[in-house]
Design a protein around this ligand. Structure first.
Ligand code: FES
Length: 388
């Protein structure tokens, strides 16, 4: 039996848009802006090329020889195959819709949790596709909030993802004036927050309940996260250890009910990346006689191409049939789960209450970092956050 959640990207929470519209037209300017940072995804297939081009020319995300020439060439070459994948999941990425919904729900709760910093307004800043972070910063500046919270939507920190988003804000303000009278602060990682952990645990329980009781305790919980080049790991990128911490906490929350493992998906190119690959892990366990699985995307808070295509279509459907899996299910991403909205709003409310504008860990570089942009960016953030 091969089951996956093709309809996860449908947004069904009606009253939310009305609430957001009411906020938008209330005429009351936001006192606190919460900028939700993420990589983004093309909303239609005609955005795929530019999206890939931005990724392939971002040296924080990927380092290629003669990148200014090779990057555009790879983007051009990969566009048709990536467009095909987006067509197969409905024509575009749902990440913007999910982020908007999460932001609206989060701000409604924040207004109640933290009345002294209300009204709160969410903004979306994507790294590789509209709404691009630099354009959103211009929008925030024209709205003139008293305070801006830069909130990474990657729960676990990597220099290739969260680091790239933060570096892009630094790059933007290197050539643009920093607006006066705004207080800035940063939420850079939150992969072990208790409410995030509870969200993942509940998503897993929901899928476990669909297995017959005689099989349930033997189901392998296979956590899967985007892989990372070993070169970045050797520089000291914190991502693998932060993913491991999330996995550990989720299994603790579940009471260690099932066998589990961690694998890495979506590797590109010939160089060595974190392994085992998720598809190899499935094949390996089937050979060992373990044939029932729940795949858990542990590093992304929305459905996106890697869940809807790679996990649902390529692994839960095609690979599962090919290698003789008995039953495989996929835990939904956090999306608009109420526990997850509580997580977002509590993380921001606690941050607003704290006197700490930035986590000292954020200001450190990887021990073997050789990227001059990281050095300048971290210095700039240190100044930005100490002048608050
Ligand atoms: Fe990690 Fe520069 S690569 S701080």
């Amino acid at each position: 039996m091969f089951l996956h959640n093709r309809n996860l990207c449908r947004l069904t929470t009606n009253g939310v848009n009305l609430a957001a519209r009411a906020r938008q037209f209330s005429g009351q300017p936001a006192k606190t802006a919460v900028l939700m940072l993420n990589m983004g995804g093309p909303q239609s297939t005609d955005q795929v090329h530019d999206y890939l081009l931005r990724i392939m020319t971002d040296r924080d995300m990927i380092q290629l020889p003669v990148q200014s020439r090779l990057g555009p060439w790879i983007a051009q070459r990969r566009t048709p195959e990536v467009q095909k994948k987006y067509k197969e999941i409905g024509g575009g990425s749902p990440i913007l819709k999910w982020t908007e919904l999460q932001g609206q729900l989060m701000c409604e709760q924040l207004d109640k949790l933290s009345p002294t910093t209300a009204p709160h307004k969410h903004y979306v800043g994507f790294r590789y596709v509209n709404p691009l972070t630099e354009n959103t910063l211009a929008q925030i500046e024209s709205d003139k909030p008293e305070r801006v919270v830069l909130f990474s939507q990657y729960p676990q920190y990597s220099c290739a993802t969260s680091g790239s988003s933060f570096n892009s804000i630094f790059t933007h303000y290197r050539s643009n004036d920093l607006p006066a009278n705004i207080k800035w602060s940063i939420i850079d990682r939150w992969g072990t927050h208790p409410l995030l952990i509870k969200t993942f645990a509940q998503r897993i329980r929901d899928e476990l309940a669909k297995f017959v009781p005689t099989k349930r305790n033997d189901v392998v919980i296979l956590f899967t996260a985007h892989s990372l080049p070993l070169k970045a790991v050797s520089r000291g990128d914190p991502y693998p250890s932060e993913i491991g911490a999330s996995v550990h906490m989720v299994m603790q929350e579940l009471g260690q009910t099932n066998p589990y493992s961690l694998a890495w998906q979506s590797k590109v190119g010939p160089l060595p990346w974190l392994a085992p690959a998720t598809d190899d892990a499935i094949k390996g366990y089937v050979k060992q006689g373990l044939k029932n699985f729940i795949l858990v995307p542990i590093a992304f808070v929305n459905e996106h191409i890697e869940t809807l295509h790679e996990l649902d279509i390529e692994y839960c459907d095609e690979l599962a049939k090919e290698v003789g899996v008995e039953e495989i299910r996929r835990a939904a991403a956090p999306n608009d789960h109420p526990l997850f909205i509580d997580a977002l709003s509590n993380i921001v409310a606690d941050h607003l209450k704290s006197q700490q504008a930035v986590n000292p860990k954020f200001l450190m570089r990887c021990p073997m970092c050789t990227n001059p942009r990281c050095r300048e960016s971290k210095r700039w953030y240190q100044q930005l956050c100490s002048s608050q």
